[in-house]
Design a protein. Structure first.
Length: 315
C-alpha cells in the first residue's frame, strides 16, 4: 500500500473506509463500477524505520496531507537489541483463556443463525459523566491548536482525536462488558491510550518548531556572561562591558542586546539592575545581594575606564 504508484488513490480509499462511507469503485478502463456498502476495514502495518523513511523521502508528506497517518494509532517501540534474554522465559497465561473465549463470543455475534454476516450496527453511547468528560477533553485538544500549542503543527492529528477516543472507548466497553453505555472509567482509559499514541505521532512525524532567533541570541549572551563571571570570580557584570565584548558582535549594539537581556531577566536566569548611574547584570539573581562583590565589580570597571582615558591623554 505504501510503496506503489497508486498511493494517493489507495490512501483516499482507506480514508473513506475508515470514515464508514460507502465506497464507489469506478473502473473506466473495464467499463464497470460497483459500490461497497457498510464497509469494514482493519489496517495493521509493521515497518522497519528504513523503508518508512525512504517512503517519506520519495513521497514527501503525502500520507499526512491525505489524512492517513492521523487515522492510525502509530508508535515506535524502543529496541530491545542487546537486552534480550537468551534463556527460556515463562509466560503467564492466566487470562489468555478468557481473552480467547470473549473474542470468540464477539465473532459469533457477527453471524446470524443462517451463517450470514449481521449488517445491523450496534450503537454505543456515552454515559452522562463520560459525555461531560469527553467534551472537556475535546476542548483541551482545541486549546492546543493555538500557536505554540502541542497540536499547532499537527492539525491533521488533532482533527481525528475525537473519533479515535470514541472508537477506542466503544471497543473497550463492548469487549469488557458487552454494554452499550460507555462508562467514565472506560473513557478515561481510552483517553490515556489514544493520547499516548498521539504523543508518539508528534515525536515521529512533527518536527519541533524552529527556535526563535531571540532565544538563540539569549543563549549565546548567557554563555558569554557566564564565562566572564567565572573568569573574574564575580557574579556581577557591568552592562557596558557586555556591549564592548560580547560574542556574536551584532549584539554589541544596545538595540540588539536590550531585548536579549530582558528575555534572560524574565526567565530569571539573570538579574538586571540599575544603581549608581550604572546598569549591571547579576548571574545569580536567586541569591541575596552581595555588596562587596558589587562594589568590586563597579570599582574594577571604573578603574579600567580611568586607565583607558589616561592612556589616551598620554598618547
Amino acid at each position: 500500500m505504501f510503496f506503489n504508484g497508486r498511493a494517493s488513490t489507495e490512501l483516499g480509499m482507506f480514508n473513506q473506509l475508515w470514515d464508514g462511507q460507502n465506497l464507489t469503485i469506478d473502473r473506466r478502463a473495464e467499463k464497470q463500477s460497483f459500490v461497497v456498502e457498510n464497509p469494514r476495514v482493519t489496517l495493521s502495518l509493521f515497518l522497519q524505520r528504513g523503508p518508512l523513511e525512504r517512503y517519506f523521502a520519495r513521497r514527501g508528506d503525502e500520507a499526512r496531507e491525505l489524512g492517513l497517518l492521523a487515522r492510525c494509532l502509530i508508535c515506535e517501540p524502543p529496541s530491545t537489541q542487546g537486552w534480550r534474554a537468551a534463556q527460556p522465559q515463562e509466560w503467564q497465561h492466566s487470562h489468555q483463556g478468557w481473552l480467547h473465549e470473549r473474542a470468540t463470543q464477539l465473532l459469533k455475534q457477527g453471524i446470524d443463525k443462517n451463517g450470514q454476516p449481521v449488517t445491523e450496527r450496534q450503537v454505543l453511547r456515552f454515559g452522562v459523566d463520560a459525555e461531560i468528560r469527553y467534551f472537556q477533553h475535546l476542548q483541551q485538544i482545541k486549546n492546543e491548536l493555538m500557536p505554540c500549542g502541542a497540536f499547532a503543527q499537527a492539525k491533521d492529528l488533532a482533527s481525528k482525536l475525537d473519533r479515535q477516543i470514541a472508537r477506542v472507548a466503544a471497543l473497550l466497553q463492548l469487549f469488557e462488558t458487552g454494554g452499550h453505555e460507555i462508562s467514565l472509567p472506560i473513557l478515561n482509559a481510552s483517553i490515556e491510550i489514544v493520547m499516548w499514541y498521539a504523543n508518539e505521532y508528534l515525536r515521529l512525524f512533527v518536527p519541533p518548531p524552529p527556535v526563535p532567533q531571540l532565544n538563540i541570541d539569549a543563549e549565546a549572551v548567557f554563555l558569554w556572561m557566564h564565562g566572564r563571571a567565572l573568569k573574574n570570580n564575580n557574579r556581577y557584570i557591568i552592562k557596558n562591558d557586555v556591549l564592548k565584548g560580547v560574542v556574536p558582535t551584532k549584539l554589541r549594539r544596545a538595540a540588539n542586546l536590550e531585548p536579549v537581556l530582558h528575555l534572560l531577566a524574565s526567565q530569571q536566569r539573570i538579574g538586571y539592575w540599575h544603581s549608581g548611574g550604572l546598569q549591571y547584570l547579576d548571574m545569580s539573581p536567586q541569591l541575596v545581594q552581595d555588596p562587596f562583590d558589587w562594589h568590586l565589580a563597579v570599582d574594577s570597571y571604573r578603574m579600567r575606564r580611568k586607565s583607558k582615558k589616561s592612556s589616551m591623554f598620554v598618547s
